[in-house]
Write a new protein. Structure first.
Length: 335
């Protein structure tokens, strides 16, 4: 889906003061900015075709061999690589990130949807699960996912853990791919380090699986500055640590206030949540908040199974969250 994702700030001329449309907590890191300035000379040489230096760092941190790691231009590239490498029937969690379905359609998969793990199509040879799920913030516990993995060892289970830094619940460790050779885990440095513009992520899989995926990959898909940014972030992880508990508490506070205004909010175990308006449309609310308050939210109407009244927000600072609540309240009064 080229159009219709969150964080579409590029579509607006006016200044966006607060960005609630992306699920990450937006913050700047001056140390990283200075590091990238010092690394500008790297643009005059080719990077490693497979980002080998970064791949080795990731493998060491994830406690797997480097053959299990593929570094990609954001987790989205990994999604399309998997869909191209394995054909057949894909059963996809819904509502969820649209790129799973888009990638599977591109490569001719048969597609079914499920909202509960018991409803995964038994004929599927690929299962796509976002955990924590976008846009709902729902978590599937490891023992629940293990049942899916054990159901059929020949069926690939792709678990996208892009938002794992934004929940306190236990996620799969990457070395789980040793125990479950039919498991592929997706990771997003875009989300982990709050760098959506850098477009860098990776997948972890059994070496036999990763080799098949790697054969579909273009060389040099990750640029020099993205590699340098990731290396810096891994060497300074404490600077990028997400205050998960505070953000979740703020999300709970926003939910309570919105419920008092008559807006339905759905249970979430992350910093972001799905909401539904009592009337009108998310498109109308989004337009109002941008024009009157410089606030950007995610119109969630284009997620599979959702309608035009759904929107998504992710907690930011307390002041920004208060402004969001006030902005939505003022819109409701004039709608």
């Amino acid at each position: 889906m080229i159009e219709g994702h969150g964080d579409d700030t590029y579509n607006y001329r006016q200044d966006i003061k607060s960005n609630f449309s992306t699920n990450i907590f937006c913050k700047k890191n001056i140390g990283l900015e200075n590091h990238l300035k010092a690394c500008l000379h790297t643009i005059y040489n080719y990077p490693s075709p497979d980002a080998s230096q970064l791949k080795n760092v990731i493998a060491d941190k994830e406690n797997v061999c480097n053959k299990s790691i593929i570094v990609t231009s954001g987790a989205v590239e990994a999604i399309y690589l998997i869909a191209s490498a394995f054909s057949g029937h894909s059963s996809i969690l819904s509502p969820s990130f649209s790129e799973y379905e888009d990638a599977c359609k591109m490569y001719g998969h048969n597609i079914s949807h499920f909202s509960d793990l018991v409803d995964v199509n038994p004929e599927a040879n690929l299962v796509w699960i976002c955990n924590p799920n976008n846009p709902t913030g729902k978590i599937f516990l490891c023992h629940e996912l293990e049942r899916i993995l054990n159901y059929d060892q020949n069926r690939l289970v792709i678990i996208d853990q892009a938002y794992e830094s934004y929940t306190s619940e236990k996620m799969f460790d990457s070395d789980s791919v040793i125990k479950y050779p039919n498991l592929i885990i997706l990771k997003s440095l875009t989300k982990k380090f709050s760098l959506p513009g850098m477009r860098i992520g990776y997948l972890v899989a059994h070496p036999d699986i990763s080799e098949r995926i790697k054969n579909r990959m273009m060389p040099w898909s990750v640029n020099s500055l993205a590699i340098e940014a990731a290396l810096y972030c891994f060497n300074h992880e404490i600077e990028f640590k997400v205050d998960t508990s505070t953000l979740i508490n703020e999300r709970c506070r926003i939910a309570k206030k919105l419920q008092e205004l008559g807006i339905t909010t759905f249970d979430s175990q992350t910093n972001f949540m799905l909401c539904r308006l009592p009337w009108s449309t998310a498109k109308s609310l989004k337009k109002y908040l941008i024009e009157k308050h410089g606030i950007l939210i995610r119109d969630a109407s284009n997620f599979h199974g959702l309608d035009e009244q759904y929107f998504r927000v992710a907690a930011q600072t307390t002041e920004e969250n208060d402004n969001l609540i006030k902005g939505i309240e003022s819109w409701l009064k004039q709608s």
